[in-house]
Design a protein. Structure first.
Length: 314
């Protein structure tokens, strides 16, 4: 299908979700390429779209003591879920099961992407993990890069009681805000049909929910100011009515006791839009955040009896 016809037919959605309109078949890497065991999972969304996703699981002989939780991963707009497996490997090594969500129209999935459609896709992933006989016993973490960050924020805002932590990387305040920063298109930002209003959703997240924000300071796709605004919004929710759950006390330079926020913002001076995850300190930022809020299970700590995860899958 020619580019002109695609633009005519799909309009704004083609610009926001370019990899969701590629001709099939599309090559999608698998977790086995990263030495991770996995199961192919087919989700069915509320509107009857089938999604082919991956569930990376801890080895059964270690899972009883090692499994810390499940990370639902949401990728960016110009990739498929095979492109975030190197980050999935980090979570896996740290003792987490990983569910990589593949959106409608992406990879080799049916359908075509839209804001409402991707919201349904993410909800299907959340429903699967939160109702699974094994996965539901442990914390759920939601991770998203770029567009995936907007999806992660959205699904977390609608399922806050089920989520133990949120991690977002190089994402935006909203699609109209992105358009406002473009030389010519800024004048028609009000016409955006795909909005992804992340800033307003972050403001509604519980103060007790730990959030990690990862920002590349030379991102030329999503200007870093978007992450700065999201960070300020995340911090401002701590002062609104709700009593925030703060982390451990720390000593300031003058000896006063201060309470450290459960949220964390980490910037990477040489981080580009897609290259932030390759920067020194990236892995450590995630590891420290998770250790702080979802610590590893100690050798002497009892975990609930678990059935084998493969046997528990539909």
């Amino acid at each position: 299908m020619g580019l002109f016809w695609k633009l005519l037919r799909h309009g704004q959605r083609l610009l926001v979700y370019p990899a969701g309109f590629l001709d099939s078949p599309t090559w999608v890497d698998t977790p086995s390429s990263f030495s991770m065991p996995y199961v192919d999972i087919t989700l069915t969304t509320k509107d009857k779209i089938s999604l082919h996703c991956y569930l990376v699981t801890q080895p059964e002989d270690e899972a009883r003591t090692k499994r810390r939780g499940t990370v639902i991963m949401c990728h960016g707009n110009a990739m498929n879920h095979g492109h975030i497996l190197h980050v999935a490997q980090l979570f896996y090594v740290e003792g987490f099961d990983v569910f990589t969500l593949e959106y409608r129209g992406y990879g080799n999935n049916e359908g075509s992407p839209s804001e409402k459609g991707l919201q349904r896709d993410a909800q299907a992933a959340m429903d699967f993990v939160s109702s699974h006989v094994v996965l539901s016993q442990n914390p759920i973490i939601v991770f998203g890069q770029s567009l995936g960050g907007a999806i992660a924020i959205d699904v977390t805002s609608r399922n806050a009681s089920k989520v133990s932590a949120l991690i977002v990387e190089n994402t935006f305040t909203s699609i109209p805000d992105i358009v406002k920063g473009l030389p010519v298109l800024r004048y028609i930002s009000c016409l955006c049909t795909q909005r992804w209003n992340s800033q307003s959703k972050v403001a509604r997240l519980p103060a007790s929910l730990p959030i990690l924000m990862l920002s590349g300071l030379i991102d030329q796709v999503v200007p870093p100011v978007h992450m700065q605004k999201l960070w300020k919004t995340a911090e401002s929710r701590l002062s609104k009515g709700e009593s925030p759950e703060m982390d451990q006390s720390v000593k300031s330079a003058d000896g006063d006791t201060q309470v450290e926020s459960i949220d964390k913002m980490v910037t990477f001076p040489r981080g580009t839009h897609n290259g932030t995850c390759l920067q020194s300190g990236y892995n450590n930022a995630i590891i420290k955040f998770l250790e702080r809020h979802i610590p590893p299970v100690s050798d002497g700590e009892d975990k609930p009896d678990e059935v084998m995860i493969n046997a528990a899958l539909p």
